[in-house]
Design a protein around this ligand. Structure first.
Ligand code: ADP
Length: 585
């Protein structure tokens, strides 16, 4: 996985903030105005105190005026704070929205190899939690950081103007505090990265446990899952505590070091009050307030360091996704998908998944235009891989694949895939109405067309019997469909998508004989007008194919029609007799 450089993370998230220049500038301006009011307050207090002390404690009018003035300063400061918080929240939500949208867009375009290597829970934790964390760190970091730096500057100037000797004292702990902050940032970034990674692992486990709930119950895997959960949650707790403990050392150490500075001011200030008549009580009081105000932003900067360290760790995880390469590249001057001839040709095709021995080896075969080829063979022979290569989920390592004489890597991925229909083994349907699931294949389809497709797929009857017909919700929010019903809906969907080439990954899940027969008829209707590649399991489907390829270890062992292959009395004939035995048993 590529490592995004720290500074790059900050720079890149900042570029999202700069997209909203006026909001960003407003929040910073309000922060500046608040800081000016804060820095002014002790000086006003000093003047009020000195005036009251000089004119006698009994001068209630001056005291009252002074208190009203100070109260007004505090009031305006908090009023500005109220606006600042609102603008800050708005900006934050806008940037989070943009970042999440970019991530989602990228996830939709990423190649299947990206998903092969990652767990879905971890990916979703990057989109949901990490985006929030990195954004908060950068926005708060910039804003609070600016307030702190401005306060430091303002307070330093005021202190030197008031009494340079005391001001110099306040600066003594500064190098120690800076060194502590830099060290803390380095260590805590590593801690926070571990926290974020473990949180991603925990999310992945939850997704697996929810999706595999039935399996877990039927295999009695509860204890195993409890142990796995405890192990990851324990690791998350361990790393979170490590990150927090680190802060528990840093925070108090920084506070203690700054208290020593204040102590120095108290001692030296008391001495000056005794020995230097030009140094007033009001100045001493204001100086103590300034000294306190000086260390507060330093403490805050250290806190921001902690926040930014966590944010950087999250930022790395966000940008790892945004920077992941789109491996399947479109040609610079693409050809259109061939109109008339859809003959599929594999010529000397070899392919291996990363770090594995070749799965498909020097494969050469043809599917004649409008014909059906069935891929048959043991599990792991490479049948699905061939379908994946035709859809360009992966690119071939050697050789070429052509449709109608055009190499598929010379057609844009979108155009290629929109011309290849697919009926997957797992009949995936979205959690919405039947109608919307069908419209995915052809959004302009009229209802009459939908019913026609359902009829051809032998699905009309059961859809008509549903409470709201085509508008019935299916999936988690709606009714559950049986496996056979889902299969027929995916067939109807493929019917609607009038793609000239079709890949049909025949489902192995068993359905009753009558349903199987209906599915069989639907399949025959579907493939009649298309150039079809079937990953076949049922003898009834295989027999009907124009050409059968028996595959083993990524190589073609036998090829021909059903009768031809039976006459060979080899691997295919053996496969058929095994199938027949299974059926008769
Ligand atoms: P079949 O469809 O004939 O059962 P596949 O094409 O699915 O076979 O798999 C062929 C081989 O490739 C198997 O050894 C399988 O483990 C491996 N394989 C399949 N998909 C992947 C993947 N995404 N990453 C790595 N190896 C894979």
């Amino acid at each position: 996985m590529c490592q995004t450089k720290n500074n790059k993370v900050i720079y890149r998230v900042s570029s999202y903030l700069f997209g909203y220049k006026s909001l960003f500038a407003s929040t910073l301006l309000l922060a500046c105005a608040m800081t000016i009011l804060s820095v002014m307050a002790p000086s006003v207090i000093q003047q009020v105190l000195d005036k009251v002390l000089v004119s006698g404690i009994g001068n209630g009018k001056i005291l009252l005026q002074g208190i009203v003035l100070i109260a007004a300063i505090f009031f305006f400061k908090e009023l500005l704070n109220c606006f600042r918080i609102r603008i800050n929240n708005k900006l934050e939500q806008k940037v989070i929205f943009l970042l999440r949208q970019d991530l989602h867009n990228k996830l939709l375009r990423l190649p299947v190899t990206f998903y092969d290597r990652r767990k879905s829970g971890d990916i979703s934790s990057r989109v949901i939690e990490d985006v929030q964390s990195v954004e908060r760190a950068i926005l708060d970091g910039t804003e609070q950081g600016l307030i702190s730096v401005l306060t430091l500057l303002g307070v330093s100037i005021m202190m030197f103007l008031q009494e340079p000797r005391l001001a110099a004292l306040v600066f003594i702990p500064l190098p120690i505090l800076t060194w502590m902050a830099i060290r803390h940032a380095k260590i805590s970034k590593e801690n926070w990265r571990a926290v974020r990674d473990k949180s991603g692992d925990l999310n992945s486990l939850l997704v697996e446990d929810i999706q595999g709930n039935r399996l877990i119950q039927s295999f009695g895997l509860m204890q195993r899952e409890k142990n796995r959960f405890a192990e990851i949650a324990e690791a998350l707790k361990y790393f979170s505590l490590r990150a927090m403990y680190r802060w528990s050392i840093q925070g108090p150490c920084a506070s203690f070091t700054s208290s020593l500075g204040i102590l120095g001011v108290v001692g030296m200030g008391a001495y000056l009050l005794e020995t230097d008549p030009s140094f007033t009580t009001g100045q001493f009081f204001a100086f103590l307030l300034y000294a306190n105000m000086f260390y507060e932003p330093i403490r805050q900067l250290v806190g921001i360091n902690n926040l930014v360290a966590a944010g950087k760790a999250s930022g790395e995880r966000v940008f790892e996704v945004l920077d992941a390469p789109i491996e399947i590249i479109d040609p610079t001057s693409p050809y259109a998908f061939p109109l008339d001839c859809h003959e599929v040709t594999f010529s000397n095709v070899s392919f291996s998944y990363s770090e594995r021995s070749p799965v498909v080896k020097n494969l050469t075969f043809k599917i004649a235009h409008g014909s059906t080829t069935a891929l048959v063979g043991p599990t792991g022979a490479g049948k699905s891989t061939i379908a994946n290569l035709l859809l360009r989920y992966y690119d071939v390592e050697n050789g070429s694949i052509e449709i109608g004489g055009t190499p598929i890597d010379q057609i844009t991925v979108d155009e290629l895939r929109s011309n290849i229909g697919i009926v997957p083994q797992d009949p995936f349907l979205f959690d919405t109405s039947i109608k919307e699931n069908l419209l995915l294949a052809k959004d302009s389809a009229q209802e009459i067309e939908l019913w026609h497709a359902l009829e051809t797929a032998h699905a009309r009857e059961f859809v008509e019997a549903l409470p709201r017909g085509l508008d019935t919700l299916i999936g988690e929010r709606g009714i559950r469909l049986s496996m056979g019903e889902k299969q027929r809906l995916t067939l109807a969907r493929a019917m609607l998508k009038s793609s000239p080439v079709l890949i049909l990954d025949e489902a192995t899940a068993s359905v009753d004989v009558a349903t199987e027969r209906q599915i069989q008829i639907a399949i025959q209707k579907l493939i009649k007008t298309r150039t079809t590649l079937i990953i076949a399991h049922r003898l009834s489907t295989i027999r009907e194919a124009d050409n059968i390829i028996f595959l083993e270890n990524g190589k073609i062992l036998e090829q021909g029609s059903h009768e031809e292959l039976l006459r060979l009395n080899g691997a295919y004939a053996n496969f058929c007799s095994l199938q027949e035995n299974i059926v008769s048993n």
